[in-house]
Design a protein around this ligand. Structure first.
Ligand SMILES: *[C@@H]1O[C@H](CO)[C@@H](O)[C@H](O)[C@H]1NC(C)=O
Ligand SMILES: *[C@@H]1O[C@H](CO)[C@@H](O)[C@H](O)[C@H]1NC(C)=O
Length: 169
């Protein structure tokens, strides 16, 4: 016959084992879940390209942003930070990155969206740049996944083939 103490101890050990199995399964499924985010960004209207008084070029765009980032959400996802950047190369810099729009997505339900907006942050060539005329650029959607526990991870998707007009207008 087992004493009450031995039995309680056995139950506790058994519970801990189950808990350990559940935890490792959970983190395994999180790693196993390969996200397959989808995104599409279009310039629905090119508004203008101007030279500011201080000499820097500034552009204004209206963007159609559609994305399905629901697969980034798992039981362990706290929130996802997304931002859209215009990326281009100039003689001085291999990568110029200008953030045009961003959003914090706090739930899976909100991770699928389609919006039409003008750039939220100014598209200015800086510092002291007059490099935007005729410039080829990419629109890259970046996402940073902030987990409840564990490491943050980031990825991105580039849409290519955009070009600014040759003249101010
Ligand atoms: C952008 O979205 C609007 C309305 O949602 C649509 O009418 C328009 O055709 C879209 N433009 C492009 C370039 O996809
Ligand atoms: C734009 O995207 C293409 C394809 O991913 C890449 O080869 C190119 O270097 C990118 N350009 C810039 C300026 O980041």
């Amino acid at each position: 016959m087992h004493s009450f103490g031995q039995r309680a101890n056995a139950i506790a050990t058994f519970s801990l084992t189950i808990l350990a199995v559940i935890c490792s399964l959970a983190s395994f499924t999180d790693n196993f879940n390969a996200p397959s985010p989808k995104a599409e960004v279009k310039v629905s209207n090119f508004n203008w390209l101007q030279k500011q008084r201080n000499g820097n070029d500034e552009a204004s765009l209206t963007l159609n942003i559609s994305a399905d980032l629901q697969s980034l959400f798992t039981w362990n996802t706290k929130q996802v930070f997304v931002f859209l950047a215009a990326e281009y190369e100039t003689p001085k810099n291999a990568l110029n990155q200008i953030s045009l729009w961003d959003k914090i997505i706090s739930s899976k339900d909100l991770a699928k969206f389609s919006i039409r907006i003008s750039n939220k942050y100014r598209f200015i060539d800086q510092p002291q740049g007059s490099n935007l005329r005729g410039r080829d650029y990419n629109l890259t959607l970046h996402w940073h996944v902030m987990p409840k526990t564990g490491k943050m991870f980031a990825d991105k998707m580039s849409m290519t083939g955009f070009r600014l007009p040759e003249v101010y207008r």
